[in-house]
Design a protein around this ligand. Structure first.
Ligand SMILES: [Zn+2]
Length: 159
């Protein structure tokens, strides 16, 4: 069935494209920025005991990845990347959903930045969560200029 095989191939390529978009998002949000985001916007941090549990889980996952890849560095890379992207999507939602939300917020805000009120080109815009742990929902996000977001973070002591 050539049609079905072609269709499957297209889905696989789209999956990969979404993964690349997800990686772009990760590059925008540095680890330091992300941890400050959690601290300042959701008020929930891990206790020392919880941190130790999280680190033990991470050690366990690393050992399982080593075992699964059996000394193949390329396979280890692929497994690690898959887990990384999927866990990140658990928090941020899938890129296709975020793109849809972005389009809706852009219409809701009449194409204007929620911080400075000026015209907001879609390409220069980003979704800002009001509460980090609240997820990417209509009620918990606003669309802002990337530069306005950075300036606001800087004024709040984010570096
Ligand atoms: Zn702005």
């Amino acid at each position: 069935m050539p049609v079905k095989r072609k269709r499957t191939g297209r889905i696989d390529r789209k999956e990969t494209f979404d993964d690349f978009l997800a990686m772009d998002d990760l590059l925008v949000e540095t680890e330091k920025e992300a941890s400050q985001f959690v601290k300042d916007k959701s008020g929930r941090r891990l206790t020392d005991v919880e941190s130790r549990k999280a680190n033990a889980l991470l050690d366990n996952i690393r050992a399982r990845l080593q075992s699964l890849s059996a000394g193949d560095p390329g396979l280890l890379f692929a497994y690690r990347r898959r887990i990384h992207i999927r866990l990140m999507q658990d928090e941020r939602g899938r890129p296709a959903l975020r793109r849809k939300l972005k389009a809706k917020k852009w219409l809701d805000q009449k194409g204007k930045c929620a911080i400075c009120g000026k015209k907001l080109p879609k390409a220069a815009s980003e979704l800002d969560r009001l509460i980090a742990a609240g997820g990417y929902t209509v009620a918990n996000t606003r669309l802002v200029h990337h530069i306005c977001h950075r300036k606001q973070q800087a004024s709040r002591g984010f570096k």
